[in-house]
Design a protein around this ligand. Structure first.
Ligand SMILES: C[S@@+](CC[C@H](N)C(=O)[O-])C[C@H]1O[C@@H](n2cnc3c(N)ncnc32)[C@H](O)[C@@H]1O
Length: 220
């Protein structure tokens, strides 16, 4: 079983190593990834609008770092902006983006969502968009996410919503055919991961009609 799971992670790494150079030009930026960053931003602004304290962010499965770039382009009082990705090339492109813009708060790490190279309670916000379905041990990952969050910190995960017909066709049929061994956790399963890992105030919302996505938020 664990060999099959290992193969799953390696196939994700191969897929994204190949995709990384053209990732920012993909049509999916407009259809899926861009709407995801905007959903994160709406939630972040709602949460931090009246709080002037700096906050530290970790984005897991950060890809080319576009979501963190969106944060550093605002006047929000962000502290450290860390990205972690299993693909070395994704990390390098994300780091180049930060360097080009002279962004010193950003740092990128090549690593696995299951073993985050950070001490307990290191971040105020952990985000993860369109990456979670690649993780073979999802419950363990959510516990790991909670470990690195400070008390009162937020976890926001966005992934494909496959609980209606459109979502089932998009994710369980088409994406699975393209990406192979992936698992889009249903709405109720995602909620259970959060509750079992000890998150409180768990809320969920669906967005994006034709390629439906959902965001799950919890408080550590
Ligand atoms: C579809 S991309 C999403 C990137 C970015 N979050 C976005 O929304 O544009 C999925 C990313 O997850 C990363 N990934 C896959 N498995 C991972 C793992 N086990 N740990 C960390 N990152 C992983 C891939 O390398 C890829 O960059």
């Amino acid at each position: 079983m664990s060999t099959v799971r290992h193969a799953t992670k390696e196939s994700a790494r191969r897929e994204f190593e190949n995709w990384a150079p053209s990732y920012d030009r993909s049509i999916l930026q407009r259809l899926v990834f861009g709407p995801s960053y905007r959903a994160f931003m709406e939630e972040l602004v709602r949460w931090r609008l009246n709080d002037p304290a700096p906050f530290d962010v970790l984005d897991v499965g950060c890809g080319t770092g576009s979501w963190l770039a969106m944060i550093w382009s605002t006047s929000l009082p962000s502290g450290r902006l860390c990205g972690l990705d299993y693909s070395h090339t994704m990390c390098r492109l994300a780091a180049d983006k930060a360097t080009e813009r002279g962004e010193r708060r950003a740092a990128f790490f090549n690593g696995d969502s299951e073993h985050l190279p950070f001490a307990d309670g290191s971040f105020d916000l952990l985000t993860c968009s369109n990456s979670f379905h690649h993780y073979p041990h999802q419950a363990q990952v959510v516990r790991e996410f909670r470990r690195v969050l400070r008390p009162g910190g937020r976890l926001m995960i966005i992934d494909g919503f496959r609980d209606n017909l459109i979502g089932w066709v998009a994710f369980d049929v088409l994406v699975t055919r393209r990406e192979g061994k992936v698992y889009h956790a249903p709405w109720s399963v995602m909620r259970k991961y959060y509750v079992d890992a000890g998150f409180s105030e768990v809320t969920q919302r669906k967005f994006n009609i034709w390629i439906p996505l959902f965001i799950t938020i919890g408080v550590a």
